[in-house]
Every structure is written in C-alpha cells, then in structure tokens.
Write a protein that binds this ligand. Structure first.
Ligand code: AAO
Length: 518
C-alpha cells in the first residue's frame, strides 16, 4: 500500500509539474515581457529583435499566425484572414518558411523568444469558396470542407456533433454549442479525432523544432479542455540549441471570461496560462475614472480584484481584437488612440507584479464610427497596391513610419519594460494613496512608481524603500551617461523622497529603479 501511495503521489507530482512547466514563458536571462508585433513581416521582426528588442530587454514576441491562410479579396485583405487557416504550410502574409526560420534563429540569438499565435480550432469560413486564393497558393474547397494540403476532409469537422439548426454557436450559455458548433461561420475541426490531434501536434512540433518558445492558442473556449490537454501533452520539449534540456513549451490560451458564461477560464488554467480579459477592461475603467472607479482602489490589484491566480495569468491593456472594438472589454479598453492614459495604464501594468505581461504593438487605420461601431475594424496592415504588407520603417527619432505605431518603442513603455526586468522577483511594497487617483508603490528596494491621475497637482514626500541617491525618472526621460534627460528624484538616506507631478505634465507619472541611479 505504501508503494501504491508514493506511486500515486509521484504521478500527481509529474502531472502537476508538467502542467506548471507549460506556465513558464521560458524567458532568457531575467527578461519579463512579451510584445505582440501584430501583422509584422518576419523580416522586420528579425531586424527588430537585433536592433531593439534584444538590447532593450524584451522577453519575447507574439507573432501573427504563420500558417497558410485564406486570401480575402485582393487588395481588400482584412487582417482577420490570418485567422482562417487553409493548411499548416508555413507561408503567410508575413513571409515564407525560410524567412520564419531566419527570424526565429536571429531572435533567439539575441535572447528574444518567439511565441506563435496558433489557430487550431477551425479552418477558414464556410463561405470561403473553392480555389487557390490562399497565401501559398494551395487549392482548397471550403464548401465541401476539403483541405488537401493538410489533408483534412469533411470527416475531420464537427458538423456531426453540433446540434444547432444553423450549425453556428447561437448561445454562449450552452457549452456543447460553444465547443462543437461554428464560431462566426468558421469550419470547426473535430479535435476529438486522433487524426486531427495528430495533424495539429505535427504543426506545433515543427515550430518547436524550429526554435519557438511557445504558443498563444486561439479560441480555446471553443475546444474541449481534454482534447487540448492531449495535444499539449504530445508537444516536444523546446529545442536544446536555445533552451535548457527538458524545457516545456509555454502555453497561453485565449479564453474570454468576463464572468456570466458557463465556460470559465478556470477550466483551462491547469493546462497552461490563460489570457485575463478582466484586467484590461478594469484598468481602462480605472484610468478613465468611469463607474466611479479610482486608482486608490487598486491597492489589492490582481487576485484581490477577482482575477485568476497570479501564476496562471497573461495580462495586457488591449489586444488586436478589443483595440478595434471586437472581442471583449468594450469601450473602456485603452489603446494608442488615447496615448496619455494608455502610457499610464501600460506603466501601471508593467510596474505591478501580477501576471506575465504582454505589450501591444499596432498599426494605424482610418477609423469610421457609425453608431459607435468602427466600420473599418477589418482594415489590414499598411500595404502596397498588390496587397503585400509594407515594411516597418524606423525614423531618425527611433519611432516607426509607414503606418506602424510601435507602442513598444514609446520611451515611457520601453523604459517600463526595463523597469519590470530590474524589479523582477521583488514584492509589491510601500503603497501610498490619497484616497483618490494619486497612488504610489514600490518593488522592494529596486523600484518605485508614482501616478497622478487626479485633476490637481501631486506634492508629497514618500518612503520609497530605495537606497539613498539621485535617480533619473524613466518616464520624462532616462539616464544617459552621468545625466538625466528628464526629471531627477533625490532619495534620502532614510529612503524618503519628495515627488511633484502636475496634472498638466505630458505624462503625469514618475518611475525610478536601481539601474536609473546616477
Ligand atoms: C470573419 C468575419 C465574420 C465571418 C468569418 C468567417 O468577421 O463575419 O463570418 O470571418 O468568414 C477574427 C475576427 C473575426 C473573423 C475571424 C476569422 O475577429 O471577425 O471573422 O477572425 O477571419 C469570440 C471567441 C474568441 C475570438 C473572438 C473574436 O471566443 O476566441 O470571438 N477571438 C479569437 C481571435 C480573433 C479571431 C478568432 C478568435 C477566430 O483573437 O481575432 O477572429 O480565429 C462574447 C464571448 C466571447 C466571444 C465574443 C465575440 O464576449 O464571451 O467568447 O469571443 O462574445 O464577440 C461583453 C461580454 C463578453 C462578450 C463581449 C462581446 O464584453 O462580457 O463575454 O461582450 O460580445
């Protein structure tokens, strides 16, 4: 009996260990954040890793889906064609397999991981037609569910299980519909079939062998946790050219859970991390001061706000869906369109210890609101006349051109990505608030941040917990050589410092850290 018990314990630990391992982003040397380079070309990402992300301490890049996808109406080409797979060939709007491979290698070399946006719930829409209008030119027939380049046939789809009249998800209150019927007309793969599991696993393992560190798994709410568990369990360990032996791929699953539906994020947290959508929705309300929210209420930010356990969460202010009004979160979501509040919200997220952080990096499009809805939410990345994606230009002042926003290059955001690395592992400490929208907190003795989102000035002396000395604020400027290019903060031998932030400042917050000390 003792042997049986310890065997059971061993199995439990092995299962638990395996699960936990897939929660680890496998960041290289002390890096802590992911940037989503939405719709970037592989060639541009490779260069960005070398010239910016590596040197600035970014941990990884979430790339747009690399597999072959439908091409919708040249040159119309909405961004969302990437979420309509036609095969698992590795050629997409972002580039060829060779370019993908080159990018993965060059990013790994400078310590930046690649995470793949993985679309395995479905293929293209049922109305996708028949022909070779796909990113590698593979022939497919959406009408008859025939994708010979995988190959998948009609036998590999869920139609036999879906019970709704339309074949669509009609009611998010019915877990069977949500998993077995079509999401917005997308042909729903039967992941319960061994054959489909095999094809999906083959695709993901090919990417692992090429050197990626993990996966953002699209639409997990629409797949059964048991099927996902089986797929994840068959994934190879990471490539030992770049990662320690036995490293498991990082898994983070897109499950929109704002409460109120029978399927919850909780059903997925043992399999990997999950996107915490409440985070950006609440943070938007707080910085906009909607619903009587105040910054001081964030003293217990994180699990105290009903978010999932810290170790399970991937957090973000906005994502590619809700920055254009779809997905979840609604009007409160902050984006680059509201730069002043956005920088504060991203700064707050990066300073706070909760979750694995993902920074959004976008392109600009012409918005056209009709009754509060953006008619142009579909507009694809900056493109040439033939529909190909424009390269990311870097201006002399290090901002991006050609329509790329590059939020991750905004000084305030880049410097807070660095802040998060510097304070990594330190506790949330030395909280202060004015019972309104002025708050401050530290990260042990390694960093301190102060926000003024009230409509009046902040003038206060606070215990920072930092060693005495002169520090450069990394929001209004940064340390360059032996000088600060922006504000300076003097911390006394007792750890106290006086802060002044006008509500009219360009960016009404100040952050200092161990590496910004003169
Ligand atoms: C396109 C066209 C469609 C066409 C289809 C097929 O737009 O008209 O029928 O092609 O031809 C993206 C685009 C889609 C696009 C699709 C394929 O967003 O417009 O369809 O590519 O090209 C659900 C899913 C979630 C999904 C989200 C958008 O659960 O997984 O919808 N996100 C991912 C990707 C996304 C992608 C796909 C999945 C598909 O990030 O880019 O779609 O690969 C509730 C549910 C959510 C549900 C939303 C849908 O949310 O909870 O699970 O998300 O509804 O809007 C409040 C509620 C909140 C609610 C929310 C929105 O906030 O509290 O729960 O409102 O109503």
């Amino acid at each position: 009996p003792r042997k049986g018990k310890s065997m059971k314990l061993f199995i439990l630990m092995a299962l638990f260990g395996l699960g936990l391992a897939q929660h680890n982003p496998q960041f290289k040397n002390g890096r802590t954040s992911i940037v989503h380079l939405f719709e970037w070309r592989w060639a541009d990402i490779a260069q960005e890793c070398e010239r910016f992300l590596g040197p600035k301490g970014f941990g990884g890049v979430q790339i747009s889906p690399p597999n072959e996808h439908i091409v919708l109406g040249i040159p119309w080409r909405p961004w969302y064609q990437r979420y309509q797979p036609v095969s698992y060939n590795l050629c997409s709007r972002s580039g060829s397999e060779a370019e993908l491979k080159d990018m993965i290698t060059r990013c790994n070399k400078v310590g930046v991981n690649i995470y793949v946006d993985t679309v395995i719930n479905h293929m293209c829409g049922s109305g996708g037609g028949t022909g070779t209008h796909s990113s590698c030119g593979s022939w497919f027939d959406a009408t008859n569910e025939d994708f010979p380049s995988v190959p998948y046939s009609y036998l590999d789809f869920n139609d036999y299980k879906c019970k709704t009249g339309s074949g669509e998800i009609e009611n998010y209150g019915d877990i069977y519909q949500v998993r077995d019927c079509r999401l917005v007309g997308l042909l729903d793969l039967a992941l319960e079939k061994e054959y489909v599991k095999g094809k999906v696993t083959e695709y993901m393992n090919k990417l692992i062998n090429m050197g990626v560190a993990g996966f953002r798994v699209d639409g997990c709410k629409h797949m059964w946790p048991g099927d996902l568990s089986a797929v994840y369990g068959r994934l190879n360990n990471l490539n030992t050219q770049w990662f320690p032996g036995g490293s498991r791929p990082f898994i983070y699953q897109e499950v929109i859970d704002l409460g109120g539906e029978p399927i919850s994020a909780n059903e997925y947290v043992h399999l990997g991390r999950v996107t915490e959508f409440k985070y950006g929705a609440k943070l938007g309300n707080i910085f906009r001061k909607w619903n009587n929210e105040k910054l001081c209420y964030t003293k217990n930010w994180g699990e105290g706000w009903g978010f999932m356990a810290n170790g399970n969460a991937v957090v973000f202010t906005d994502n590619h869906d809700n920055q254009r009004g779809s997905g979840a979160g609604g009007a409160s979501i902050l984006t680059f369109w509201d730069p002043r509040l956005y920088k504060m919200a991203v700064g707050y997220m990066l300073a706070h210890p909760y979750g694995v952080t993902r920074v959004m990096s976008s392109y600009r499009w012409d918005r056209n609101f009709v009754n509060g809805k953006d008619q142009n939410y579909w507009v694809g990345p900056p493109s040439n006349g033939d529909g190909s994606t424009k390269p990311v230009l870097i201006n002399p002042d290090q901002t991006c051109g050609n329509g790329w926003v590059c939020e991750h290059r905004w000084r305030q955001i880049t410097n807070m990505v660095i802040f998060r690395n510097v304070v990594n592992g330190q506790p949330h400490s030395n909280w202060w608030d004015n019972q309104g929208n002025q708050v401050a907190f530290g990260r042990g003795n390694r960093g301190f941040i102060v926000f003024n989102n009230d409509d009046w000035d902040l003038n206060v002396t606070l215990n920072t917990g930092m060693p005495g000395g002169t520090y450069c604020d990394v929001i209004s400027g940064q340390k360059e050589g032996s000088k600060c290019t922006g504000k300076q903060v003097t911390v006394g031998g007792d750890g106290r410092a006086t802060f002044s932030i006008s509500n009219k400042d360009e960016d009404p917050f100040i952050a200092i850290h161990a590496d910004s000390k003169l």
